[in-house]
Design a protein around this ligand. Structure first.
Ligand SMILES: Cc1ncc(COP(=O)(O)O)c(C=O)c1O
Length: 459
């Protein structure tokens, strides 16, 4: 049998369904040192499984403490992954030509999922484990609406009710995201809402509150503990969420192999850190096990630059101070980021695992303004045809800068980034960009100083 010749300008590297990973990659097995443990907000002591049991099913709690390198993906979850996985890896030939760069640019496209982003990779897993343990209803927050849509979809797949607290700024900017969630069967309210005591308190103080992810998380947690049969589900930050996203990076390793290339630079946008971790952790595993070195860059917004301008300290994951204390890069849990269109990046903290890797010097972080990101997103759309969500335009901006730096240096650097979602529900933001009315928000140093002043005292 003669071998099939490779396409001269192969653009998509596509894996067969049998190549959907059979296990998630647990970076805890390979870290040079473990991250500091989460602490109980009341006692200041490391939390145990019992402390998390009101919020999460036991199988997810076990994943947080596991140091096994591979955690098997249950067959019903892998079967649901078949709806969209493996996701394609693209070589951005046309973007390279538009930039006239010798760099080779690749992107992993997670926008092919039913709800349009990487978020179903963990939503399906969380819904499955909850259903298996008898939970009937999930409560959650959503920023951009991508996570809420993913969980609403996963609730429909596994037969669970879903209640979504959607950050007011996004609720107003993106009515179609709400309608998508409702179509999947979810109940969606704008946060702060009248549905919780915490929301009612905030609305009494400030009726026009634009909300934040930190506030919506507090409302979802309060809702969970006040509704029997409910558990809490979250779209980022926690170790098990990052774990579930590692299907992205594992597939990308195989696909870069098909392309016959190794990345020099790997880039992801970072709000809570999950798509960034999902792409980069399997590559970092190679660093820890085989000594391979990659430049790994997290791209965050100038309006909420937790890793580039925050402090590394124990803080609450939510504004209402109901969640465990975790050591992370934070701008202070009281900090409410400006209403940038990348709603998924409007978070005061960063995943503890990602923060730990930054402290170890294994990854870099950089922050970018939203207008420059939309400019990069439009350049990308005109070259590659895909309209990116506002969040991954941060990764695109950094990838383009790297490609232009490679041109300056005359080097054929290989760049890989995560295109973690499409922007089909973000057209109002693009409209504002195209009309020239989109604004940048300066880094609010004073507001951050105030928020950091009330960091919890932890010895
Ligand atoms: C498309 C998209 N990208 C990125 C993010 C940021 O989250 P994370 O940093 O966990 O990937 C979100 C969050 O809502 C999102 O919807």
């Amino acid at each position: 049998m003669s071998a099939i010749a490779a396409e001269p300008r192969q653009t998509k590297f596509v894996l067969d369904e049998s190549r959907i990973p059979r296990a998630w990659y647990n970076i805890a097995a390979d870290l040079p040192s473990p991250p500091p443990p989460p602490l109980h907000p009341g006692t200041g002591q490391p939390i145990g499984p019992g402390d998390l049991a009101p919020l999460f099913p036991m199988e997810l709690i076990k994943q947080v403490v596991s140091t096994d390198r591979e955690i098997e993906i249950p067959e019903p979850v892998r079967d649901a992954y078949r709806l969209y996985r493996p996701s394609p890896l693209h070589r951005a030939h046309r973007l390279e030509a538009a930039l006239d760069t010798p760099a080779h640019i690749y992107y992993k496209y997670e926008g092919v999922s039913p709800s349009g982003s990487h978020k179903p990779n963990t939503a399906l897993a969380q819904a499955y484990y909850n259903k298996a343990e008898g939970v009937t209803r999930l409560a959650t927050e959503t920023g951009a609406g991508q996570w809420g849509s993913a969980l609403a979809f996963a609730g429909a797949v596994f037969g669970l009710e879903v209640k979504v607290f959607m950050v007011r700024a996004s609720y107003d900017q993106k009515p179609y995201r709400r309608i998508l969630m409702e179509t999947y069967g979810a109940d969606v309210v704008a946060s702060p809402s009248l549905a919780t005591e915490y929301g009612r308190k905030l609305l009494a103080e400030s009726p026009d509150h634009t909300g934040s992810l930190g506030i919506a998380i507090s409302e979802a947690i309060e809702d969970t503990v006040t509704h029997p049969g409910s558990k809490y589900s979250l779209g980022s930050v926690f170790d098990f969420v990052l774990l579930h996203q590692t299907v992205i990076g594992q597939e990308s390793i195989e696909q870069m192999g098909m392309a016959g290339e190794e990345p020099d630079v790997i880039i992801g946008c970072a709000g809570g850190g999950s798509n960034f971790a999902g792409l980069t952790f399997p590559w970092l595993g190679r660093t820890f096990r085989e000594g391979k070195r990659y430049r790994i860059i997290a791209a965050e917004p100038e309006a909420a630059p937790s890793m580039t301008r925050g402090v590394y300290a124990y803080d609450f994951g939510d504004t209402g101070k109901m969640a465990p204390l975790v050591k992370m890069h934070t701008l202070g849990s009281d900090f409410v980021p400006a209403p940038i269109h990348a709603g998924g990046l409007r978070y005061h903290g960063m995943a503890p695992l990602v923060s730990h890797l930054k402290e170890l010097g294994e990854i870099e972080a950089t922050s970018v303004h939203q207008v420059a990101c939309f400019e990069a997103g439009v350049t990308f759309a005109r070259a590659e045809g895909i309209l990116p969500a506002p969040e991954p335009t941060h990764a695109i901006k950094v990838a383009i800068d790297e490609a232009l730096a490679a041109k300056e240096a005359g080097e054929a650097r290989v760049i890989l980034f995560n295109l973690c979602g499409h922007g089909h529900f973000d057209l109002a933001a693009y409209e504002r960009y195209l009309a020239g009315t989109l604004e940048d928000y300066e880094y609010p140093a004073e507001k951050v100083r105030e928020a950091l002043a009330s960091l919890p005292a932890v010895r």
